[in-house]
Design a protein around this ligand. Structure first.
Ligand code: PA5
Length: 469
C-alpha cells in the first residue's frame, strides 16, 4: 500500500502571502541551477559520500541479517541500549518515537513485544548513572554505534558497559554487545573482531546523519518491532519521486529551490513544527541533518561564504504557547515547516460537561484530532496573515512507509540544497576544533594535542569583571 506524503508550498509564495514570499519568477530563474544540482546529486548516486542513496533497495542481505538478529534480541533481552551520538542516535530516536507507542518503555512486556529501548546520546554522568539504575546488565543488549569507530563519547560508554558486563555476566559479556561501525576504518571494528562481537557495517559512503536507513537505524527499529521493510519501501518510493529533474514533479528539488531562495532573501532560520508528538524527534534529526550539512564557511571552489540556515526544533501545539509570538511578529528571518498528520492512530473524544460556558462548551462532542488540526490551521493562517513563509508536509498517517518517505525526502532536499550552495554537504570540518580541544583538556598525548594545550593556554585571560558570582 502506498501513502504518498504531500508538500504544499502555497504559503511560501508571494502571490499567496504577499511581498515577503518568494516570487515564482525567482524559482523560474533558478531552474538552470536546479537542473545542475539535480544532475550533480543524481550523477553521484552511490558514489563518494552518496552511498545512502543505495540504501532503500540495495541491502537485502543486511536487512535479513538485521531481522534475524532483532528476533533473537527480542526473545532474549529485556532492554536494548543504543550507545551512540549525533547521526548514530538521532535517527533511531526519531523513528522509535514515530513508530512505537509514545510510552513504549512503560508498557508491559506482552504489549511491547520487544525489549525496552534506551538511546544514550550523551555523557552526562547523571544520565549514565540513571540508566544503570533502571537496567539489569544481565538482561540487556548494548548496541555500540559509531561510524568513525573512535568517538570519545561513545567509546567511553562502551568502556563503562564492558566493565559492568564483565563484572555481572563474566565471559558471556560478548553476547550482550552488538557493534555497528565502519568495516574499513576506526578502532571499534578492530575491537569487535578481536572480541567476536556480532557486527553490522555502515557503508563507507554513508555519513552519520545520512545513516538512519542503514543498520544504524534499522537494527534498533527492528528490535522494537518496526516494519523496517516498510520504511525502506517508503524511502524507495520517495527516491522514485526525486528522480525527476522537473522542480514541479520532484518535491525535494522544489524544497531545495525554495529554501535556497529563502536563505538568499534573509530566511536564516528553518523552524520545524510537527503537529504530532510522534514526529517530535524528527525535528531533532532534521536539525542535525540541515545544520551539519549546510553550515559551511567555504564553497567547493574555496570561496569564503559562511552559509547555512539555523534549524529550530518546535512542537505544535505546545510551542504555540511559547514561540508563536516571535514567529508572527518578530524578524522576517524564518521559514516554518509544518508536519501535518491526516489520520492519527488514536482518537480522543472530548466529552460534554460544562455546557453553560460557551468558550468551553464548544469543545464538547469534538475530538483532540479535530482540535490539533484546527490549531495547526490557525497557526498557518496567523502566519499567512502576518506575511510569513510556511509550508506543510502532510503525512496521510504516521507509519513505516511515510516515515521512510519523510526521512528520504529530507536527505534528498539537503543534498540538492548543498549542491545549489556549491558546498560539501557531507563533511563537518567545523566540529573538529572542539573535539581536539576537548581531547587536549582530557590530557590526550599526541603532538597535535600537546600543541593545542599550549595554544589554549595562550588564549587571552578572561576578565573578572565579566564574571558574576
Ligand atoms: O553526521 C555525522 O557524521 C556526525 O554527526 C556523526 O554522526 C557524529 O559525530 C557521531 O560520529 P560517529 O558515528 O563516528 O561516532
Amino acid at each position: 500500500m502506498s501513502y504518498p506524503i504531500k508538500l504544499d508550498v502555497n504559503n511560501m509564495m508571494d502571490d499567496i502571502i504577499g511581498a515577503r514570499g518568494i516570487p515564482r519568477s525567482a524559482l523560474e530563474e533558478l531552474i538552470p541551477a536546479l537542473e545542475e544540482a539535480h544532475e550533480s546529486v543524481q550523477g553521484k548516486r552511490g558514489t563518494g559520500m552518496q552511498g545512502w542513496m543505495d540504501l532503500p533497495t540495495g541491502q537485502e542481505d543486511v536487512v535479513r541479517d538485521i531481522e534475524a538478529t532483532a528476533k533473537a534480541v527480542r526473545e532474549r533481552f529485556d532492554a536494548f541500549v543504543v550507545l551512540g551520538i549525533g547521526g548514530s542516535a538521532l535517527g533511531p530516536a526519531a523513528v522509535h518515537q514515530a513508530l512505537c507507542h509514545l510510552h513504549y518503555n512503560e508498557l508491559p512486556k506482552e504489549k511491547r513485544g520487544g525489549p525496552r529501548l534506551y538511546i544514550e546520546d550523551n555523557i552526562d554522568p547523571e544520565r549514565m548513572a540513571a540508566l544503570l539504575d533502571v537496567i539489569d546488565p544481565a538482561t540487556t543488549c548494548f548496541n555500540v554505534i559509531t561510524k568513525s569507530g573512535g568517538t570519545a563519547e561513545t567509546m567511553s560508554q562502551y568502556l563503562i558497559v564492558l566493565d559492568l558486563l564483565k563484572k555481572t555476566v563474566g565471559e558471556k559479556y560478548k553476547e550482550h554487545i552488538i557493534t555497528t561501525t565502519s568495516r574499513t576504518t576506526g578502532h571499534l571494528i578492530k575491537i569487535a573482531q578481536r572480541e567476536g562481537y556480532k557486527t553490522f557495517y555502515i557503508p563507507d559512503g554513508v555519513g552519520g546523519r545520512f545513516s538512519e536507513l542503514s543498520p544504524v537505524g534499522l537494527l534498533a527499529a527492528a528490535v522494537c518491532g518496526i516494519d523496517i521493510r516498510g520504511m525502506l519501501e517508503g524511502a524507495a518510493a520517495m527516491d522514485a519521486r526525486c528522480l525527476s529533474g522537473n522542480v514541479w514533479e520532484n518535491p525535494a528539488l522544489l524544497q531545495a529551490g525554495l529554501m535556497y531562495i529563502g536563505m538568499d532573501r534573509g530566511a536564516s532560520i528553518s523552524v520545524m513544527m510537527p503537529y504530532a508528538d510522534s514526529l517530535k524527534l524528527m525535528s531533532d534529526w532534521y536539525a542535525q541533518l540541515w545544520a551539519e550539512s549546510l553550515g559551511k564557511n567555504l564553497t567547493l571552489s574555496g570561496q569564503r561564504v559562511n552559509l547555512g540556515q539555523t534549524p529550530v526544533k518546535t512542537l505544535g501545539v505546545t510551542d504555540q504557547h511559547s514561540q508563536l509570538q516571535l514567529y508572527t511578529e518578530g524578524p522576517y528571518d524564518k521559514i516554518l515547516t509544518f508536519l501535518k498528520v491526516e489520520n492519527f492512530r488514536a482518537t480522543t473524544h472530548i466529552p460534554h460537561g460544562v455546557d453553560d460556558i460557551p468558550t468551553i462548551a464548544f469543545l464538547g462532542g469534538k475530538t483532540h484530532n479535530q482540535l490539533i488540526e484546527a490549531e495547526r490551521q490557525g497557526t498557518e493562517y496567523a502566519l499567512y496573515r502576518a506575511g510569513r513563509m510556511s509550508q506543510t508536509i502532510t503525512l496521510p498517517e504516521v507509519n513505516a512507509h511515510t516515515v521512510g518517505q519523510l526521512l528520504y525526502f529530507f536527505m534528498m532536499a539537503t543534498a540538492y540544497t548543498g549542491a545549489l550552495m556549491n558546498i560539501d554537504t557531507f563533511n563537518q570540518p567545523g566540529v573538529e576544533e572542539s573535539k581536539v580541544a576537548a581531547y587536549a583538556v582530557m590530557g590526550f598525548e599526541s603532538e597535535q594535542h600537546s600543541a593545542k594545550r599550549e595554544e589554549m593556554k595562550n588564549k587571552p585571560a578572561g576578565k573578572d569583571r565579566y564574571v558574576l558570582d
